[in-house]
Design a protein around this ligand. Structure first.
Ligand code: PLP
Length: 381
């Protein structure tokens, strides 16, 4: 190994370690005594018997792997069925499946914007969108989080300069749990000409009459040009999708994106599991759970605020507990775990400096009584 490379890497790692920012992969085996509030399984579908049964049936018929990229022979009947189910669920005309939300966002944002185009992205938009935008030939301009006045200024300026404009936002921000103002964005969309890319990763299952997301709930979905959804969160599976109203987008991404063309497709079993998730989330009983989950989120946030804890507004499943210092967050996570709660410890650069936090993910099977022990620990941090 070249010594210079080792020295450079060692120095970089040491700096991260000193600041309490070094990341490590730790095997998590779901201990029954721990209540897991750290994942994104908002409807607890990953272990649902109906979902597991459909995955097992697909394994028996199609094996454990798609064994090829989608354009070769990896796009199997369960994938085809899933795409049909997703189009029907969302009421979109065209769609594609992807191996992950990361791949989908990166592919869309790196391939579509060309020279001189402006990509206007919320400052807190997911890393996959920013990574894609930075790889593209366009220019990435980040506007302050949820600051639509600033976005409008940029849209005006871009239009005056004759730029082709893209706007990239999430409906529920993954680390803050707050919502984008999709109604205001749809008004901007009626006023200005831009390509609207909306990532619904953390809104699926939790919002929408049938769990199909916030754009549908607010009836702005016909304005969204590219809707990105993930299957590994509220749908309890893995993989992702993009939906469009225009066929040319599907044809373009199918031909332009290495993430799609040159990667073994996600498994038929995951596709079958996601199809079953769509049908479960569309049931009336899921609507009741959805209402209860959102009610719980509001009550829990109110309770945190009454204890002087900083959190975000709204009723999403993602509840941040902002503590500021990274080491305090690691200590708080340890104390939560001692009390029986697995929570996420989120530190820079995932979130801005000085805003390290616990990230609590609620799910639709919980009630306030399940969170009492956690509230007790949080009172002490
Ligand atoms: C908002 C958002 N978009 C995209 C992704 C990536 O999705 P996936 O986990 O399927 O790669 C994530 C994942 O954490 C996310 O939070």
């Amino acid at each position: 190994m070249e010594d210079k490379v080792r020295a450079r890497v060692d120095e970089w790692l040491e700096e991260r370690r000193r600041k309490g920012l070094e990341r490590e992969t730790v095997c998590f085996s779901s201990a029954p005594e721990l209540l897991n509030l750290s994942n994104n399984d908002y409807f607890r579908l990953a272990n649902d018997e109906r979902i597991k049964a459909s995955a097992k049936t697909a394994i028996d018929r199609f094996g454990c792997s798609s064994s090829a990229s989608p354009l070769v022979s990896g796009f199997t009947p369960p994938h085809e069925q899933l795409l049909e189910d997703l189009l029907d669920w969302h009421g979109f005309e065209y769609g594609m499946l992807w191996n992950s939300g990361y791949a989908a966002n990166q592919a869309v944002l790196s391939s579509l914007p060309k020279n001189d185009d402006w990509i206007l992205a919320d400052r807190l938009a997911h890393n996959s969108m920013l990574a894609g935008a930075l790889k593209s030939a366009g220019r990435l301009i980040r506007f302050p989080h949820n600051d639509l006045e600033r976005l409008e200024e940029l849209l005006v300026e871009g239009a005056e300069k004759g730029k082709t404009l893209f706007v990239a936002v999430e409906s529920v921000y993954s680390m803050d749990g707050d919502l984008a103002d999709l109604l205001a964005l749809s008004k901007l969309k009626s006023k200005y000409d831009f390509v609207w890319i909306l990532d619904e990763a953390h809104a699926l299952s939790w919002y929408g009459e049938r769990g199909e997301g916030l754009a549908a709930e607010l009836e702005v979905d016909d304005q969204v040009d590219i809707l990105v959804g993930t299957l590994g969160k509220g749908l309890g599976s893995s993989g992702a999708y993009t939906l469009f109203h225009d066929e040319f987008l599907k044809r373009f991404f199918t031909n332009a994106c290495g993430e799609y063309i040159y990667s073994t497709f996600f498994s038929p079993a995951s596709a079958a599991a996601a199809s079953t998730a769509v049908s479960i989330l569309s049931e009336d009983s899921a609507s009741c759970q959805r209402r209860a989950g959102r009610g719980l989120s509001e009550s829990f946030r109110k309770c945190l605020r009454s204890m002087g804890i900083e959190t975000s507004e709204g009723d999403s499943a993602v509840v941040p507990v902002v503590l500021g210092d990274s080491r305090d967050v690691l200590e708080a996570r340890r104390r939560c775990e001692e009390a029986g709660f697995r929570v996420g410890a989120i530190r820079p650069p995932t979130v801005p400096k000085g805003t390290s936090r616990l990230r609590l993910s609620l799910n639709a099977t919980l009630g306030m009584e399940n969170l009492e022990g956690l509230i007790h620990v949080l009172e002490g941090v």
